[in-house]
Design a protein around this ligand. Sequence first.
Ligand code: ARG
Length: 469
Amino acid sequence: MKKKINKKINNNLWGGRFTEKPSETMVRINSSIEFDKILYEKDILASKVHATMLCNQKLISKLELKKIDSALTKIDKEFKHNKIKFDHKLEDIHTHIENRLIELIGNLGKKLHTARSRNDQVATDVKLWLKEESILIDRHLKSLQMALIIKAESHINTYMPGFTHLQVAQPIILAHHLLAYVNMFGRDRENNRNIITRHNYSPLGSAALAGTSFNINREETANNLGFTAPMSNSIDAVSDRDFILDSLHLCCSIALHLSRLSEEIILWSSPGFDFINLPDTFSTGSSIMPQKKNPDAAELIRGKSGRVIGNYVTLFNVMKALPLAYSKDMQEDKEALFDSIQTTKDTLNVMTEMVTDITFNKDKMMQMCNKGHSTATDVADALVAELNIPFRDAHRITGNIVALADKKEMQIHELNIQDFKKIDKRINNNIIDKITIESSVKNRKSFGGTSPKNIKKELMFSKEKWCND
Ligand code: ARG
């Protein structure tokens, strides 16, 4: 029996060969308008540039271009004033804009799609959007670096315990610790710039995958959209999502750096450490324990890093076995990308404000420096430098000193000269002088080390490198 053709096809962009409407669930999972509507400005811009090129190539007339261009301007305003009605049946942002164009200028609107496809359109739109967002991320990273540098400047002479294995290791300068994060976020900025430059090539004009029979000018559209040049292989151009994967990876790296800093803020604000006072604006209380002040902002940043890493894993999994060229799987790139970019901007912002408002309890940090025999390495180093004892032996002798101090329930700097001489007769007051926190820090003058003299230089260098552009 012949199947009854009774359902009207209302997707007039591709419905020509179809006899039946898609199912309701298909309409819902096929639709991306809820999230890809944020691309509207880029889609309109790329459409205008494409139309101008069609006119320059005599594929449409000047009058036609004028009408298309002003209708696109009108649509842009309609989007800005929330006047566009979204319809899942129209799938995505590209179809919504084209549909509205046809509503406004009739058959002429149908000419805009000459020599292009949604495949090159979507790749171009997302690239344009991402480039702009990447520049914003650079600005956010810079603000955080500046907040850290300003905080570091006021703590060139603040001592804190440096940790390895989260055990007190050696005393350091707080500014040194903060500048470590400036370097980490600096690498993120460099990676970001690389990504922007490396992917700045236009997919537009690749059409569905094989290029087009029309005499188009891809250099012109690439140029007018701010790209370095057109992508050189049309199949690659419509299949490539490396630019998104690279950015998602960058977001992971930023999230990881933010999460490590958050973890330290969480630890430092706990009563066991009590190194910092968290601003009220970034903390919350407990509904039952009136005394509590919880570091929620830092915990949220740490938690959101999991989500950002998840987005990266999502898209790698989506892409890993896709044959060339475009497949609809690739529509799954957007939610992951949009979410990671928004989360990265938000978390950078919160961290910048939090760093600006944190105050440090210098006394508490100094107290912890005086625990855990933090200057034991300085004793061993002094035995080498003053008495020419080989380092391995100096290490063992110092170990014996630490054991003696532990036995007496004291810190090594609380022992007297007789105690030291019990372990090794050669030890003198010169060596004992080296075990203060201040001299330990002052002596770490090697390049990159913690001495305040070094740190002052590093601060100047950091300001020059990161704050001037
Ligand atoms: N909404 C689609 C996406 O985001 C646009 C491309 C659709 N292309 C196609 N041949 N169905 O990937």
